[in-house]
Design a protein around this ligand. Structure first.
Ligand SMILES: [Mg+2]
Length: 238
């Protein structure tokens, strides 16, 4: 059986790791003085802007380079800075570089992720593991290495390498053809209904929605094959 895991917020604690990085960045670049706001206020605003930019990136309306800089310049703008001024653009570039370097050094995993991977490793004759991620290539592999989880995986499928992003079914079709697997031999595990689960559905692959924050699925959405709220529930489904 092939298990295809999303990385961010499924195995790697994206939010916890990002918050630690931003907190350090906020202090180091003295953003409290510049923005006249505390870290929580700054970070809340940043998350909204970053999420919107990621949606735009998935839809192809902004480039990766634009996401990397604009998530900071637009946040600074929200706190009264002029996003078009050279000094703010320069600062945004520095913040972006800082995040790229420091962000991937964080090692926090989702609750139960390491135990799950260790259990799967003990059953290695039953399972092949793959990572399926839309994240930036230069960040995803270092993140997995630093947090020590790269060794559990036989396949790495990065959207930038495949040239197509989840939830496009071609992402999944390509991954399966490279693993020489059929949809019924696979299970996709991911936290994002609209990205991981919808994409897997389109490709005819059974799905496990890791709904760690107990989001209520709107009635009009097709229910996933399985739903779990903690990774420790996964072995019972296999
Ligand atoms: Mg995710």
């Amino acid at each position: 059986m092939f298990l295809l895991f999303d990385l961010d917020r499924t195995l790697w604690d994206f939010d916890g790791n990002a918050e630690r990085t931003y907190r350090a960045m906020f202090a180091q670049f003295e953003l409290e003085k510049l923005c006249h706001a505390d870290f929580e206020t700054f970070h809340d605003r940043y998350r909204v802007i970053n999420d919107a930019l990621w949606d735009a990136y998935r839809n192809g309306t902004v480039t990766k380079e634009m996401v990397a800089i604009r998530r900071f310049s637009l946040t600074l703008e929200a706190f009264g800075c002029d996003a078009s001024s050279p000094s703010i653009i320069r600062l945004s570039k520095k913040l972006s570089d800082y995040y790229v370097v420091e962000g991937v050094r964080q090692t926090g995993l989702m609750p139960g992720a390491l135990q799950l991977l260790q259990w799967l490793e003990s059953q290695h004759d039953r399972f092949s593991l793959a990572v399926i991620t839309n994240g930036f290539s230069e960040a995803q592999l270092p993140k997995m290495k630093t947090s020590g989880i790269d060794r559990f995986f036989d396949f790495f499928f990065l959207s930038e390498d495949l040239g197509v992003m989840k939830p496009d079914r071609r992402f999944f079709d390509l991954a399966l053809s490279r693993m020489n697997a059929t949809p019924d031999q696979c299970l996709v595990v991911g936290d994002d209904y609209n990205v991981d689960i919808l994409g897997a559905m389109r490709a005819g692959i059974p799905q496990v929605w890791y709904n760690y924050n107990n989001t209520v699925l709107p009635k009009e959405k097709t229910p996933p094959t399985y739903v779990i709220s903690h990774l420790s529930e996964l072995p019972a489904l296999l």
